[in-house]
Design a protein around this ligand. Structure first.
Ligand SMILES: CC(C)(COP(=O)(O)OP(=O)(O)OC[C@H]1O[C@@H](n2cnc3c(N)ncnc32)[C@H](O)[C@@H]1OP(=O)(O)O)[C@@H](O)C(=O)NCCC(=O)NCCS
Length: 172
């Protein structure tokens, strides 16, 4: 059993630990700390999955990025990073974090979100290759791994451009 709630300051070190154990390097753990200290941080969208005893076993972060278009920068959400402790993976926790994050993003009025990630994981939540929506990745990656999701249907219809991540993302 697990529940999902926004992070609190007591969770910061456990969140670091989740990323250090789920990923190979320190990059993602540092990314979280750097985004948290930046203007792009949205506290309501840094969510933890916790056990009955309030142990942090998963974390997901959505923060503000931009889409550079011909007429200016359109704010969007970037989903990154997310991780679940290895011994808790494949039990639905990551999926629950994505769904809850998208639900809260919608409540806050965000319209779209982009992610660089596993192409067999994110489509189940409505993500599609961003190029199908006229949104390009800032990275040289295969089309299928850079995805976008319209939290509000049709919200990307008239937005065409390239995603620009804040400098914090240079860490990963
Ligand atoms: C990706 C991750 C967050 C998913 O969390 P989770 O709790 O295991 O996810 P769920 O149990 O809800 O869903 C598991 C699904 O994710 C898929 N998945 C997990 N890790 C994957 C990977 N590295 N590559 C591709 N698919 C992966 C599983 O195959 C499974 O698919 P299935 O439902 O078809 O069997 C977790 O595996 C993790 O922390 N991985 C290491 C860090 C990482 O890669 N983060 C994501 C960066 S995009």
């Amino acid at each position: 059993m697990f529940t999902i709630r926004p992070e609190s300051p007591q969770d910061f070190s456990s969140i670091r630990e989740v990323h250090l154990r789920a990923f190979k390097g320190e990059g993602e753990a540092k990314l979280v700390d750097t985004i948290r200290a930046s203007e792009n941080f949205v506290p309501e969208l840094s969510l933890v999955a916790v056990t009955d005893t309030d142990r942090v076993i998963g974390h997901i972060l959505f923060s503000i990025a931009g889409i550079e278009t011909a007429t200016g920068i359109v704010p969007t959400l970037a989903l990154a990073p997310m991780a679940v402790l290895p011994e808790y993976q494949n039990q639905g926790i990551g999926s629950a974090l994505v769904r809850e994050g998208l639900r809260r993003s919608a409540e806050l009025g965000f319209e779209h979100v982009v992610v660089l990630g596993h192409p067999n994981f994110y489509p189940r939540f409505g993500f599609v290759p961003s190029t199908t929506k006229g949104i390009r990745s800032p990275f040289k990656v295969r089309d299928e791994v850079f995805m976008a999701h319209e939290i509000q249907v049709g919200s990307l219809d008239h937005i065409h451009g390239t995603v620009k991540y804040p400098p914090a993302f240079d860490l990963v």
